[in-house]
Write a protein that binds this ligand. Sequence first.
Ligand code: BES
Ligand code: MN
Ligand code: MN
Length: 456
Amino acid sequence: MDKALAYTEAHFDRFVDELKDFLRIPSVSTDSKRAGDVRKAAEWLAVHMRALGVEKVDIMETAGHPIVYGEHLVDPAASTILVYGHYDVQPPEPLELWTSDPFDPQVRDGNLYARGSCDDKGQLFMHVKAAEAWFQTEGRPPLNVKYIFEGEEEIGSKHLPGFLREHKELLAADVAVVSDTALFGSGVPSITYGLRGLAYVEVTLQGPAIDLHSGVYGGAVHNPINALARMISDLHDENHRVTIEGFYDNVIPLTPEERETFASLPFDGESWVREVGASKSKTETGYSPLEGTTARPTLDCNGIWGGFTGEGAKTVLPAKASAKISCRLVPGQTPEEITAKLEAHFRKHTPDTMKLTFTDLHGGHGALTPTDSPAMQAASDAMEAVYHQKPYMVRSGGSIPIVADFKRILGQDTVLMGFGLDSDAIHSPNEKFGLDRFRAGIDSVIRFMGLYARTR
Ligand code: BES
Ligand code: MN
Ligand code: MN
């Protein structure tokens, strides 16, 4: 292990250069014009993994973007880890808000700026480089490793659950390991044991068949924007609780112990929301910002459109109004259940002057993993050795739906060992990843591999 750590120290600058090459490939999965670049990123990764010694690396096709699968089996008696990451990235727009080109990686103040630097190319690459360090110093990793890197995470991992079902044997492992979450704070190590799920829908209200003159018809024809705005504002009550019937039915409540732990974490919710320019927090009554963002379900309107939005004024009574609405779910809730309840709510409350179109866009289950497994212990010990501080066990508000499928389909718990920061601006302009964290991540993964291998 010490040799692998020393190797990383000696070769770190090259690791950064290689990561830059990877980041230059604009693998934006949502953009069909970029499908060739998404594939190029998969190929780059496969070539890189083969070159460093992973014995079997394949690009495996799906009906969408390909999966990069790799494995290096050292001993049937040894433990096996399944490392997951995603090589696709979010669209970079709006481009004018970037200080440097999103696909021309630049280091400023110790941070590597590029789309995907943190989410998730930089983080998956930590696992690749940790393996290289083992290969180059000990000839092989200390345990069996399997890698599954997908290109569709940012568009809902549509083809991955089917892939898991088809390749159960191939993907068999003792535990899944994912670096696609954040540290609790700068220099504050944490391991994530919970993720939220997601239910994402689009609704449209149609009133008249065509846009109308608001002077001629306003007063007799119901306006879809007015109607939709009322329906959206009625989705929360005065305690900022979601009013959808049965929304909280299956929520597994926080235990008093969990609430105590949350309260004891070094986290100032008010200054945290001020960092993003909000004047103060807005939570469900009775819950802290940390609980609200990680352990309580929420509903947010993500976009709303309709009518006239151009320059100047146009006196129009629009025909239609639409909104995109998503709920973050907590374990116990399922996307199917919440989508059905959302639809029932919208059908029930649509005024009889309107026609509703309701579309299920996508969803995913939340996840909770036991914190006392040998793999969690090894991850905790690994990060403690790097940070000289025991990592906090935390829940994250984001979603990585495939984590629930690792459990449901493959029977694997997942260790979420992430090195991002909330301030890394993932999905936003000027996404970055601290090189100190890239380094600490590689060291943590090297140590995790060594420590977990010893548990068997
Ligand atoms: N890596 C993120 C999820 C994440 C972000 C977890 C921050 C923990 C902390 C992932 O790439 C992502 O963006 N997920 C999407 C869901 C997906 C189904 C589009 C999300 O959370 O919105
Ligand atoms: Mn991600
Ligand atoms: Mn993401």
